[in-house]
Design a protein around this ligand. Sequence first.
Ligand code: NOJ
Length: 491
Amino acid sequence: MAVAASARAAGKAGDAKTGGKADKAAAFPKDFLWGVATAAYQVEGAANEDGRGASVWDTFCRKKGAVFEGNSGETACDHYHRFKDDVALMKTLGVKSYRFSVSWTRVLPNGVGAVNGKGLDFYSRLLDELGKAGITPMCTVFHWDYPEALYKRGGWLNRDSADWFAEYAGLLADKFSDRVKLWVTQNEPQCFIGLGHLDGVHAPGDKLKFGDYLLAGHNGMRAHAKAVQAMRAHAKDPKATKIGYVLAAQITQPASDKPEDVEAARAAIFAVNGRHEWNNAWWTDPVVLGKYPEDGVAEYGKDMPKFKPSDLDEMKQPIDFLGLNIYKADTYRRGGDGKPEHLPIPDGYPRAGSDWQTITPASLYWGPRFFYDRYKLPLSITENGLAVRDQVFLDGKVHDPQRIDFMHRYLSELSRAIKDGVPVGSYYAWSLLDNFEWADGYKQRFGLVYVDYQTQKRVPKDSFDWYRKVIASNGKMLAEKTAVPVTKVTP
Ligand code: NOJ
């Protein structure tokens, strides 16, 4: 399996200019998992069907002004009814793996307690369909759609939330670990805790005091760890079960290849400064290293949550890989005072449809490299993609050269990281389908497949066909000359 193979390659990281087990021309290992990703609330729809309980996102979407044009995930891509067509699309694409998430309230309408058989049945049928198509599932236990019933009991602020989450994760392992070997406990704690509980721009829309936000984060990480334990206890084949944790990876890149700039970018990527959620170490050190980063503890001072010292030991449960969702990088160099200096984005610099994303391909080189050097865990690129204001052209097709160029540049950088010995076992394009982009509603289209939300018609975009060829060549195609030279885009 790719993750395990990467772990072996990891041992050679120091001298692995040849890329360990990688095929030299392609750089990608033979068992590399090329994939696509989605998440339950963003694609499934069927929000009120077959006994699904309410999640905080159902409630948040009804709040005036919370989501672009009042959009919601009530119907989304109707994947709940069309999953067979969507798996057929994946088969045509040739992906080896599909990363999806389970809707917590579809299987446990109240978050804990009574199990909804119809909900379990949906995922069981999805897994069988993937099995028939020869596609390896990667199942994310939690991708933001928190049960409303548990939120009313205090949500992540309640210390019991860790046990609630473990009950849910254990149930999934019990029911699905015969077919799922690759698991992710949680997706992007920065977002479901930070955007949801500090900034209030995602569900549940809270703007907690900083100390309470830190407490919610603390319980979230405890929940991850308890879920790891529960899943290992319920796994049908514990040895084959690989469990990861996914970050909204905040990447830095050096302004030049000079060692002092590389070290400045490395220091910046793991620094915790500022009273906001946008850092890596706060969310990863406790889970992997069993401690909070010292700079953060010093900065947050009296706002630090009070917790039992044993929490930190419990939070550090062995995991098998780290998942990095990588979209962009910020640029650093060594400043005059010897400290990392952040370089501003030049005027007019290339950007995605989503304002927050600059086109910075080297993020897929430096991100994996810095993360591997610090945490020494095999890596998966669990998301990477580009929002484009796509449309169906007069010829009935969806031409998206920007996305092709984006993926070409980013994947070339990933291949460079693998050649330099960074153990990356899989890459998941975000996303298979255009889908509900949270507070941005249906404004942003990230899919390789265009979705007409009125008819639910799927139109594979040009990038779908391009990615199909990349997969078929195991990445060798990336080395081919293109009309547009693939140069580094670095501010
Ligand atoms: C990360 C999130 O996991 C996913 O849900 C979201 O749609 C993409 N980023 C794009 O913003």
